[in-house]
Design a protein around this ligand. Structure first.
Ligand code: SAH
Length: 326
């Protein structure tokens, strides 16, 4: 971004997929972003829900903003026709926790060569701007407890575009195979005879703690780490985790999708025998401009995270490593 927008108010008069890369770059630069559009794509709606930008449905007076980015500047053309003899394929790109600098070189090449980019809410949308101006961008964000594209529909889109001979990039946050439903998409493509390629990504389960200065292992302190989903709480009929075993595992515990269920998780771990004084940290919006870190103990983490206004997405790390100082 060539303009200095830090601390400036910026109005963007487009909320479609074409605008998300620009909006994400503005947020990274610390701009105060307002999106004015009667309807917005799910990724923009999610940023509004998370309090990272303001969404208004009618266009306000541009003169009250420092910078105005008009829709016309963002329009992407319809996809170019693809040669009929080309075999399409789907490349699953794990694109890291949010900072586009954490997309791998292989991931970036795949994006640059893509005809279609199918992106999630937690994918680094600034990386979508690396796609060719002719590439089609589809937002299939699943907003927790909100608007979403079903997995069946996502699978269908991947297969349909690949069968039309297009190079499809499926862009996901973190690593596609860590709670990313990536293998469901690999299966759907295999069933449809569509070739797939997997570009591994930097997972938030390791990178989230790391950017807060917390190693998931440390020689002499802990000999492993366990990554779990907190999506369903302990005791829930759909939970298959043994929290007593986790409490006794002697490994660092890393919880994804566990902001809402953290109180139940803490209770289950303490009942399982984990010391309430165990160091604990929550890292929210890791690698984004809005990153926040709360360091606490197992006993206090819920209160401290609530007081700090922590919301999803966040990674919780539980274990002696969370108390390490260099
Ligand atoms: N495939 C992803 C995880 C998808 S599940 C990966 O490997 O990172 C979604 C969960 O990931 C969120 O609920 C949160 O726990 C975590 N997460 C993803 N991005 C994050 C970020 N930037 N900061 C903190 N947690 C993040």
């Amino acid at each position: 971004m060539e303009l200095n927008v830090t601390g400036r108010s910026v109005l963007v008069t487009d909320g479609s997929e074409a605008a998300v890369a620009t909006v994400s770059a503005l947020l990274r630069e610390g701009a105060d972003v307002t999106v004015a559009a009667p309807t917005v794509c799910a990724a923009v709606e999610d940023l509004a829900h998370r309090g990272l930008l303001t969404w208004v449905s009618t266009t306000p007076d541009g003169s009250s903003f420092d910078v105005v980015v008009r829709a016309a500047a963002l329009r992407r053309p319809e996809p170019a026709p693809t040669p009929e003899d080309r075999t399409g394929q789907v490349t699953l790109v794990g694109a890291g926790p949010g900072d586009p600098g954490l997309v791998t070189v292989a991931g970036r090449s795949a994006i640059e060569e893509a005809d279609v980019v199918v992106a999630d809410r937690l994918a680094p949308w600034e990386a979508v701007a690396w796609a060719s101006p002719d590439a089609q961008v589809l937002d299939v964000s699943k907003i927790p407890y909100g608007r979403s594209t079903s997995q069946d529909e996502i699978n269908r889109l991947l297969v349909e575009h690949a069968r039309a001979g297009r190079r499809v990039v499926r862009l996901k946050g973190g690593d596609s195979f860590v709670f990313g439903r990536g293998f469901e998409e690999v299966i759907a493509c295999a069933e449809a005879g569509v070739p797939t390629r997997v570009v591994p990504g930097v997972t938030s389960s390791i990178a989230g703690p790391a950017v807060a200065g917390i190693p998931v292992t440390h020689r002499g302190l802990v000999q492993g780490f366990t990554v779990v989903s907190g999506h369903v709480p302990p005791g829930h009929p759909k939970s298959t985790l043994d929290y007593t075993a986790l409490a006794r595992s002697g490994t660092t515990l890393v919880v994804l999708m566990g902001v809402r269920t953290l109180p139940e998780i803490v209770t289950a771990l303490v009942s399982g025998g984990l010391d309430p004084a165990t160091p604990c940290a929550v890292v929210a919006d890791a690698t984004l401009a809005s990153q926040r870190v709360v360091r606490s103990s197992l006993a206090q983490i819920v209160d401290d995270a609530t007081a700090a206004g922590i919301g999803a997405p966040a990674v919780t790390v539980i274990g002696a490593v969370a108390g390490l100082e260099p």
